[in-house]
Design a protein around this ligand. Structure first.
Ligand code: HEM
Length: 269
């Protein structure tokens, strides 16, 4: 039997801690996520933004941002397939356990690794580019910590499922539990039977979801998808200010009160 093919143990002991973690906590997190987002949207619409730092630095951002965002999009698609679509449905369309694991490991590892490299570069850029660091709040730092932890713990589950022969298949444990939350019948026993690495990753994921409405991550809810494919905004410097009284080159910005613009800023014809 390959790793990650081990069935969940038959006699799972469910304790009070399991009830709290897998039966109560998900609903607390969902409530915080939904109500927190509504509150933030109503009271802080001007703050509902990525707070882009592209103006300060764009060379590293140009590489790190697409790497992270395309990586995380692929990770989200992977989570949807692994957690939401039941194993039996996949079998019915000819994707058996072996095929599923081949795709999950190959595509999942590439996507997870791209996401990790992207976030590490984004954090490095924040720390080393003066103005970007200055624009980084304590809230951002906490958010980066939780985001990085969730990604690292996720990749750890992938590594363990290759090298640890005792790992229980998450499609028999984590996935049924995840689906059961949304029909308000949390399958606590299924999640209790999951391997420790999945439990740790899930808890980091839940923590991140609880923080979500109060951080810059809210921008993900309203991101226009074409944003990913649009060209970068080109910022041009104004160049040297023209000497007072001299004409500015055609098409460039002209300070008010020069031969090109009157005192109100209206171009002179
Ligand atoms: C309740 C929330 C979550 C659950 C139940 C969950 C579950 C899982 C499972 C079962 C895997 C293993 C996939 C495999 O090996 O094929 C995984 C992998 C992973 N997860 Fe999560 N996850 C959650 C939230 C998150 C969040 C919020 C992030 C990042 C922001 C994240 C990032 C990752 C990454 C990077 C991997 C490894 C690469 C991959 O398989 O795509 N997860 N997760």
């Amino acid at each position: 039997m390959r790793p990650a093919d081990v069935p969940p143990p038959a006699n799972v002991q469910v304790g009070l801690d399991d009830v709290m973690l897998w039966g109560v906590l998900p609903y607390v997190v969902l409530a915080v996520l939904i109500l927190g987002s509504v509150w933030r949207y109503r009271y802080d619409q001007f703050g509902w933004t990525t707070r882009s730092s592209q103006l300060y630095e764009s060379r590293l951002l140009r590489i790190a941002s697409p790497l992270f965002h395309f990586g995380i999009l692929a990770v989200i698609v992977g989570h949807f397939v692994g957690l939401v679509i039941p194993k039996t449905w996949m079998d019915d369309v000819g994707i058996n356990e072996d095929r599923y694991h081949f795709f999950a490991l190959s595509v999942g590892s590439i996507a997870g690794f791209a996401t990790l490299v992207g976030i590490v570069l984004l954090i490095y850029r924040r720390r080393t580019t003066g103005p970007v660091f200055m624009a980084t709040t304590r809230n951002d730092k906490v958010m980066y910590l939780f985001l990085l932890a969730a990604i690292l713990a996720g990749l750890a589950t992938t590594v363990f499922s290759v090298f640890d022969a005792g790992i229980v298949n998450y499609r028999d444990t984590v996935s049924p539990w995840f689906r059961s939350i949304f029909i308000f019948q949390p399958d606590i026993t299924a999640m209790t039977a999951a391997s420790l690495s999945f439990k740790i990753h899930t808890l980091w994921g839940l923590a991140l979801f609880a923080l979500w409405p109060f951080t810059r991550l809210v921008h993900a809810f309203t991101a226009p998808l074409q944003y990913l494919f649009r060209p970068y905004i080109v910022y041009r410097s104004r160049g040297k200010r023209p000497a007072p009284g001299s004409a500015t080159p055609r098409g460039s910005w002209a300070p008010v009160g020069t031969p090109d613009r009157d005192r109100k800023g209206t171009p002179r014809t």
